[in-house]
Design a protein around this ligand. Structure first.
Ligand code: PEP
Ligand code: MN
Length: 345
């Protein structure tokens, strides 16, 4: 339910509405605005009764239900774009965010070489998996804490923020110690206990990847788990969904970007690497990411892709990555101009 107070409503009136709402079993999640206070309250499924009562309270201009099944992530609760920040590197602000790095952290030399290539390109985020969700139990599973340490020191040595995947609740504190952004992978998007734990126990930015067969509504509901448990710093990632098409690893749902931009205030980035599974298809889709108005993108790079311990086929060589970043410059300049216009509007 969204309660809008009348302009000039007194602090006592706002406090009274707040306690009324809480007595009815809602949790008040945000109170915004000075002139015209807007209160977002969630946690009660049937709001019909409550709305009647709140509408008649002193100082209330309107009380409306939040129509979508997800609440805090909805545009109805917050009109302005959310900016998720990892230090001075942001998603959803005035910069097109670029995350690049290997699928898995393998060795010190490998991750350092990647970090150097990422920093040289002007990108701000280095990725690298230390806990890998692999389809086969016989595939490389990640270097675990050793991988986190190598990623952190490579990022620090090159002035980069780091992004790495978290797979289990037991690792939240450990991963938070090393990383700037926690990735929840496609396979864990409906691991509800993990979403709750990450919501409740950290404010570390979360990169939430859409699942292989997750609808946009389910993606938003998974984000809602994190926000409703206390962590507002969520970035959504479209990484391709599984369809009947076999020419590519997955099918990039480019629709998802404008659809999500309509429904949510959270930043949205695209991952053309996992979407296609093929390195020669990545360049055109990075241009699509910028053109469609995504807030950023994530790609995989490797010093020697054929030798990569995971996802080599979709990993770019360093020269390919540098060329993509060079070619994107005029597109990103247009992106920035449009972003500045829409922020000013
Ligand atoms: C990854 O980013 O390496 C990864 C495993 O991605 P996804 O969860 O999208 O498959
Ligand atoms: Mn990968």
């Amino acid at each position: 339910m969204i309660v809008s107070m009348k302009p000039g409503a007194t602090k006592e009136q706002v406090d009274r509405v707040r306690s009324l709402v809480e007595e009815m079993g809602f949790q008040v999640r945000s109170i915004q605005g000075d002139e015209r206070v807007v209160i977002a309250a969630v946690g009660v499924e049937d709001v019909t009764h409550a709305i009647e009562a709140i509408r008649s309270a002193d100082g209330v201009a309107s009380a409306v239900p939040i129509s979508a099944p997800y609440k805090l992530v909805s545009k109805q609760v917050r009109k302005e774009r959310t900016v998720v920040a990892a230090g001075d590197a942001t998603f959803g602000g005035s910069e097109f965010a670029v995350i690049a790095g290997p699928c898995s952290v393998e060795t010190e030399e490998q991750i350092n070489a990647c970090a150097q290539a990422v920093a040289a390109s002007g990108a701000k985020f280095l990725r690298g998996g230390a806990y890998k969700p692999r389809s086969s139990p016989y595939s490389f599973q990640g270097l675990e804490e050793q991988g986190l340490k190598l990623l952190r020191s490579a990022g620090d040595a090159h002035g980069l923020k780091v992004v790495t995947e978290i797979m289990t609740i037991g690792n939240v504190d450990l991963v938070a110690k090393y990383t700037d952004v926690m990735q929840i992978g496609a396979r864990n998007i409906q691991n509800f206990p993990l979403l709750k734990a990450i919501g409740a126990s950290t404010s570390c930015p979360v990169l939430l990847k859409r699942g292989l067969s997750t609808s946009i509504e389910e993606l938003l509901l998974s984000a809602e788990y994190i926000l409703s448990h206390g962590n507002p710093n969520v970035v959504l990632c479209e990484r391709g969904i599984r369809t009947f098409e076999t020419a590519t690893r997955n099918t990039l749902d480019i629709n998802a970007v404008p659809v999500l931009n309509k429904l949510t205030h959270l930043p949205v980035i695209l991952d053309p690497a996992h979407a296609t599974g093929k390195r020669d298809l990545i360049a055109p889709l990075t241009r699509a990411a910028v053109a469609v108005g995504a807030d950023g993108m994530m790609v995989e790079i490797h010093p020697n892709p054929p030798k990569a311990w995971s996802d080599g086929a979709q990993s770019l060589t360093f020269p390919q990555f540098a060329e993509i970043m060079r070619d994107l410059k005029p597109y990103i300049a247009l992106w920035k101009a449009r972003r500045a216009e829409s922020t000013a509007a």
